[in-house]
Design a protein around this ligand. Structure first.
Ligand code: NAP
Length: 245
């Protein structure tokens, strides 16, 4: 996706994006070496998002409040940490969530960015998680209200930020949702990607809801990271085409 964006803008000769596998124990050392190896920055993903925050010299307000960084920059001998997951999610929405009642499923790293973004954007956020203690703690820290038994029809926006569906789990077995209970006028988002459309989104679309898939969210957060590193607006269509293969 990033290499496609670089090619589209004629920057591929000078810039490149590569995947680097790092074991948790080797993160600090690997990251520490990257600035002198010519890297401008890095995306960081599970399980390193917390460690990325700890290693940084400068934190954006977003990264600090969410408690995780997905985008690092190396400039002037310092490591800067940002989080583009939150703004990427908002950019993937078809309309502002301000004033909407929103249900967020999950209380892991992805859910933290989602809740932070939606609360900040003025949505009325409720959070369900399989392990209730985690949703209570998340809401205490970031806002929103934990909800043990959500009323699926009552929300304008429903976001699956659990990992359900990633390994073929049935969302209608594992989550407090029924396939037939989505409604037209609702927006349903699934952070899980790799099996488009996921069973969750297929059912939501069937019921007439608007859907946003995990690839669009991935592209939107990537576009924001691209701008941070390069100072250039990301070519979204080239990134989408690459991400969708
Ligand atoms: P995480 O920190 O490991 O959290 C996992 C969450 O899923 C927890 O809330 C967990 O509940 C819940 N969960 C797992 N299995 C479940 C099941 N069988 N039934 C009910 N709940 C279950 O993971 P994460 O980093 O938040 O990522 C979550 C998902 O979002 C992943 O699929 C990831 O790929 C995706 N993601 C996508 C994007 C994107 O750009 N599209 C960005 C980030 C993440 P418990 O607390 O009860 O364990």
């Amino acid at each position: 996706m990033h290499n496609a964006a670089l090619a589209e803008l004629g920057m591929a000769g000078e810039w490149g994006y590569e995947a680097i596998d790092v074991a948790p124990g080797g993160f600090e050392q690997r990251l520490g070496a990257m600035p002198r190896q010519g890297f401008a920055g890095a995306n960081v993903t599970v399980p390193h998002k917390g460690a990325a925050l700890a290693i940084a010299d400068l934190l954006s307000e977003t990264a600090r409040e969410i408690g995780a960084a997905n985008t690092l920059t190396f400039a002037g001998g310092e490591i800067g940490a940002d989080n583009t997951d939150a703004a990427g999610l908002l950019n993937a929405l078809p309309a502002s969530p301000a004033g909407k009642r929103a249900l967020v499923l999950g209380a892991g790293g992805a859910a933290r960015a989602v809740v932070w973004a939606l609360v900040r954007a003025g949505a009325e956020v409720e959070v369900w998680n399989r392990t209730e203690l985690r949703s209570r703690n998340l809401c205490e820290e970031l806002g929103g209200r934990p909800v043990p038994g959500p009323d699926q029809g009552a929300y304008g926006l429903i976001v699956n930020s659990t990992a359900v569906g990633l390994r073929g789990e049935d969302p209608f077995e594992e989550l407090p949702l029924a396939a037939g209970a989505f409604a037209p006028g609702q927006v349903v988002m699934d952070m899980v990607y790799g099996a488009e459309p996921t069973r969750l989104l297929a059912a939501a679309r069937e019921a007439g809801a608007a859907v946003v898939d995990g690839i669009e969210i991935l592209v939107q957060q990537g576009a924001l990271s691209f701008r941070i590193w390069t100072g250039r607006e990301a070519p979204l269509d080239a990134m989408r085409a690459a991400a969708r293969g």
